[in-house]
Structure formats: structure tokens, C-alpha cells
Ligand binder design. Structure first.
Ligand SMILES: *[C@@H]1O[C@H](CO)[C@@H](O)[C@H](O)[C@H]1NC(C)=O
Ligand SMILES: *[C@@H]1O[C@H](CO)[C@@H](O)[C@H](O)[C@H]1NC(C)=O
Ligand SMILES: *[C@@H]1O[C@H](CO)[C@@H](O)[C@H](O)[C@H]1NC(C)=O
Ligand SMILES: *[C@@H]1O[C@H](CO)[C@@H](O)[C@H](O)[C@H]1NC(C)=O
Ligand SMILES: *[C@@H]1O[C@H](CO)[C@@H](O)[C@H](O)[C@H]1NC(C)=O
Ligand SMILES: *[C@@H]1O[C@H](CO)[C@@H](O)[C@H](O)[C@H]1NC(C)=O
Length: 467
């Protein structure tokens, strides 16, 4: 599960590889485009960050264009004032998940309850060979560990407001690999919960603590007991539909790609954009740009990066691949299928904290509300046969028909959580990254997961930058 905060992951410009077919960056786009569009602000990316930014910009009477709203992954939000306000602005009803009465584990799903709350029997299985892994379930120890973890996290609560609040010098704790951090403070019994709630981090034992405790934070520890928020019927795409309606279709370019950018000359930035189903490119003339997508090489192909931007983004070397989808596992209906009241958590029998060796499925769990449909969550840069082999290994171990999964939906959340190396963080990586805010003469701004610069603080800076 991920929470909807201003740092949720988004992938909004999926056609990122076409830049080369338009040749080198050109200063003058004469003759290259059909329509020209002029806006105060161009928001690049239409996931949680883009949507959160575009709506208030519209309220400030700033005209804005934005990329595609796509976000199949966000399931729950922490009960923060900003979340209540945003859902209520768009008249999207919320459900406090602590009020949900789940079915008893082992019983079929209650179809009136959002699918993520289908309660199942949890077993740990090593997906490499299908063997059962015995992980003692000691609720009291986990509770104590979470309390211990919350106490240490509270020292670093400021970073939840953004990396710009990272203390200088950066505390050693935050650059320790998360496994070492947990050993130091001894709440290791909490690792399986951190892994489950903050899914998508892959080999979380070996990544800098900073990233793990920003993603799984004090708010999550509170929400585990007090409840999260979700759309009343569990349909979070409703929020994006409403935001899109609010912005108006003339202000959104769905599934578009910036093929070339010209930001360094003149007092406005120009973006040449390709949109699906249209022969001619569009030229966007932008007073300011708010860039909310992950600054990967693929996403930045058409951009006229400054030396500083290039040097900084090159330090975001770590990322976890994360693929999510739904599949029918016994599509041909021959013979029995997997027991649909049991979730198998992938747990390697031989590794520290039983973290699976990647690439690997995080687990295999039935959705409950649709017959024989399973959540498939895979940690890898690209989907591989490993995924299908692991499913079939489980089918064999459970003596059911071995089948090829029938995919209902399968999508990439990669790159998930772009990361700098510990040594670069210590040398002030985030200070440099924050320094890009308002660069190019107050015309370039960033928000989104990689920067974790909150739109609540970014928008006032943008307004100041444009004065
Ligand atoms: C935006 O424009 C509307 C309609 O012209 C006006 O009522 C509103 O006060 C303006 N908002 C701001 C923040 O300027
Ligand atoms: C499925 O699993 C549940 C929970 O462990 C168990 O009670 C039930 O008997 C199983 N059903 C079958 C058909 O094996
Ligand atoms: C299913 O959930 C609904 C909504 O929460 C609840 O009213 C109902 O009692 C539940 N049904 C069962 C059988 O638990
Ligand atoms: C979820 O909401 C979208 C609109 O935002 C709608 O198209 C879709 O049908 C809804 N899904 C369900 C299951 O209600
Ligand atoms: C932007 O540049 C144009 C053309 O060079 C000039 O006419 C205009 O005054 C400039 N605007 C600002 C706000 O600097
Ligand atoms: C599968 O069948 C084997 C051989 O009959 C048996 O030993 C094993 O317990 C069965 N496993 C399950 C999960 O039913």
C-alpha cells in the first residue's frame, strides 16, 4: 500500500523515448508545430503531485497545463488536514479505514468493503521453492518495536516536510543502511510490517534509512492503529477524474511527451510536446514550469539541462523497479486453483529478516471480490519470467493446476523511489537539489517524490519567483 501524500509516485509521460526522432535541440521551433499554447504555468506530470499543484494554481487564476493523471497504485492516505481538504474540494467521499469491519480470515470477502481490506490467512512462503517459512508472530514484540521505531523517527520528523529540512550536517543515522539502523536501535521485529506497508522498496535492508523512514513514517505508525483514509468505495481514480474535470480538458495534455525544451533563452520557456493521435507537435510557452515526474534520463531526454541540473540528477543512481497488476491464475478452470482465502508473503528462508532476493514477487494475494483474481506485485526493473515461475512454483507446492496467468492489468510503477547514495547525501546532495527550486530566473520548480518538495511550500515560492 502507499499513502497519498504530496510525495506519491507518478509516471505520467510514458512515451519518454521518442525525443531522438526530432533531432537535436533547436532554438527556433518555427514550422515544427501545429498549435501554440501559452500558459502561466506548465505542470509536467499528472499524478498526485501534479494534480495537487495544478488545482490550487487554477484557483490562483494561473492558467496551467499538465500531463496525464495516472495512478493505479495509491490506496490509502494518512488522515492529514491537506488530504481531507483536497478530497472535500472535489466532493470525493472518504472512508476512515478503522471503521471497516473486515471478514474473518479464512472466510470469503465482504463485497461491500474495498478490496484491499479483504482479510486473509497469512502464510510465509519461500517463492524460490514453495517451502513454508516459519516466522514467529509475536504481536507484543512487534508493537514494542514499532514504539521504539517511532521514538527514533521522531528525532527526524522535520524531514517529512521535505528534503529541504534535512539537518546540516546530515545525521549519520539517516545515511546508515536501514538494516544497520534497525540493528542499532533494536526494533528489528518491525521490519516485516515496514516491508508490507511500505511496499515497493525492494531490498530495503540495504538502502539509506532516510528513504525508508520518509516512506514508512510516524504517520503510518499512528494510522496502523487509528486508521487511514480511502475513497468511500475504494475507487481512488474518482479523485483524478474530478481533478481533471475541474482543470478542464483544454488544460490537460494526456500521455504527452516533451520532445524538446528551450528554457535557457528569452524570458519564457518553450516546450515542444507530442500528444497521442495528433500529427503535429504542440508548442507550449510557459511562464514557469513545475516538474513533478521522476528526473530519470528517459524522462529528461528532450530537456535542455543546465550543467548543474545534469550533475545533480546524475547522482540519483538508485531506484527500485515496481510492477503491479491483477491476474487470473486459473483461467482455463481445469482442476483446482489456489485457495482464495490465503495470502502468501514471499519470505526467503536464508536471508537477513527473510527479505526475498530480487527480482521477486512481494507476495501473492487473492483480491477476494473477483473470483480467482490475484494481486501481482513484482520487484524488478522489467518484468521477467521469474514472476511467472514463482507463481507456478506456488501452484505446484499447493498441488493445484499449474497455469499461465491471464493478465487483467499490469503496469509499471518504476522507477520507484529515486535515491542518491549515502556518501552523496552526506556531501549535501539534497541541498544542491533544493537549490534548483526557482532556478533559471524563477522559472523552474520541482515537486514530486524524488524531490519531496511539498507543493504547499513550492507554490508560494513559485508566485514569488514570478513577481
Ligand atoms: C480569480 O478570478 C476569479 C474570477 O475572476 C476571482 O473571483 C478570484 O478572486 C480570483 N482569485 C484570485 C486568487 O485572484
Ligand atoms: C483454504 O484455506 C482456509 C484457511 O486456511 C481453510 O480453512 C480452508 O479449508 C482452505 N480450503 C481448501 C479448499 O483447502
Ligand atoms: C459487509 O460490510 C458492510 C459494510 O461495512 C456491513 O454493513 C455488513 O454487515 C458486512 N457484512 C458481513 C456479512 O459482515
Ligand atoms: C471509479 O471511478 C471512475 C471515474 O473516476 C469510473 O469511471 C469507474 O467506473 C469507477 N469504478 C467503479 C468500480 O465504480
Ligand atoms: C520578455 O521578453 C520580451 C521580448 O524580448 C520583452 O518584450 C518583454 O518585455 C520581456 N518581459 C519581461 C517580463 O521581462
Ligand atoms: C501436496 O501433495 C503432497 C503429496 O501428496 C503432500 O505431501 C503435500 O502435503 C500436499 N501439499 C498441500 C499444500 O496440500
Amino acid at each position: 500500500m502507499h499513502r497519498l501524500s504530496l510525495s506519491s509516485i507518478l509516471i505520467c509521460i510514458p512515451l519518454a523515448t521518442s525525443a531522438s526522432s526530432y533531432g537535436s535541440i533547436i532554438d527556433n521551433y518555427e514550422g515544427q508545430y501545429g498549435e501554440a499554447i501559452t500558459r502561466d504555468v506548465c505542470v509536467i506530470g499528472g499524478g498526485a503531485s501534479g494534480a495537487h499543484a495544478a488545482a490550487p494554481l487554477k484557483d490562483l487564476n494561473k492558467t496551467a497545463v499538465t500531463g496525464t493523471p495516472i495512478d493505479i497504485g495509491v490506496v490509502v492516505s494518512q488522515p492529514l488536514p491537506a488530504v481531507f481538504a483536497f478530497f472535500s474540494k472535489f466532493n470525493v467521499p472518504l472512508l476512515d479505514t478503522s471503521t471497516i469491519v473486515p471478514n474473518a480470515a479464512g472466510q470469503p470477502a465482504n463485497k461491500s468493503v474495498p478490496a484491499p481490506w479483504f482479510n486473509t490467512v497469512q502464510v510465509h512462503t519461500d517463492f524460490r521453492d514453495g517451502s513454508a517459512v516459519d516466522i514467529p508472530q509475536d504481536g507484543a514484540a512487534v508493537g514494542l518495536a514499532l514504539q521504539g521505531l517511532a521514538a527514533v523517527m521522531s528525532k527526524y520528523a522535520a524531514i517529512l516536510n521535505g528534503y529541504e529540512f534535512l539537518p546540516d550536517p546530515v545525521p549519520k543515522d539517516l545515511v546508515l543502511p536501514f538494516g544497520d539502523f534497525m540493528n542499532k536501535y533494536n526494533p528489528t521485529a518491525a521490519i516485516p510490517i515496514v516491508r508490507q506497508i511500505a511496499q515497493g522498496q525492494g531490498d530495503l535492508i540495504n538502502i539509506p534509512t532516510l528513504y525508508v523512514i520518509k516512506y514508512f513514517n510516524i504517520g503510518d505508525i499512528a494510522a496502523l492503529t487509528q486508521g487511514y483514509l480511502t475513497e468511500a468505495k475504494g475507487n481512488n481514480s474518482l479523485l483524478y477524474t474530478r481533478v481533471a474535470e475541474y482543470l478542464g480538458s483544454g488544460n490537460i495534455l494526456f500521455q504527452s511527451t516533451v520532445v524538446s525544451a528551450n528554457r535557457q533563452k528569452g524570458n519564457r520557456s518553450q516546450l515542444l510536446v507530442s500528444t497521442p493521435g495528433q500529427d503535429r507537435l504542440k508548442l507550449l510557452s510557459c511562464g514557469q514550469i513545475l516538474f513533478t515526474i521522476p528526473p530519470t534520463q528517459a524522462n529528461l531526454q528532450g530537456w535542455d539541462l543546465t550543467d548543474e541540473e545534469e550533475a545533480i540528477f546524475a547522482q540519483l543512481t538508485g531506484a527500485t523497479g515496481y510492477w503491479t497488476g491483477l491476474a487470473k491464475l486459473n483461467a482455463n478452470g481445469k482442476g483446482p486453483g489456489m485457495n482464495q482465502t490465503v495470502t502468501h508473503q514471499n519470505a526467503a528462508s536464508t536471508t537477513s529478516s527473510n527479505i526475498p532476493v530480487l527480482p521477486a514477487l512481494y507476495g501473492l494475494s487473492p483480491v477476494g471480490v473477483l473470483d480467482d483474481v490475484w494481486w501481482i506485485k513484482f520487484a524488478a526493473d522489467t518484468p521477467t519470467l521469474t514472476m511467472i515461475r514463482e507463481i507456478q512454483t506456488l501452484q505446484r507446492a499447493n498441488n493445484v493446476s499449474v497455469t499461465d496467468p491471464e493478465w487483467l492489468i499490469f503496469d509499471s510503477h518504476s522507477p520507484f523511489m529515486l535515491r542518491a547514495r549515502s556518501e552523496d547525501i552526506e556531501k549535501g546532495f539534497y541541498k544542491r537539489l533544493t537549490g534548483l527550486q526557482g532556478s533559471l530566473g524563477g522559472r523552474m520548480f520541482y515537486s514530486g517524490a524524488a524531490y519531496n518538495l511539498d507543493v504547499v511550500t513550492v507554490i508560494p515560492k513559485m508566485m514569488k519567483g514570478s513577481a
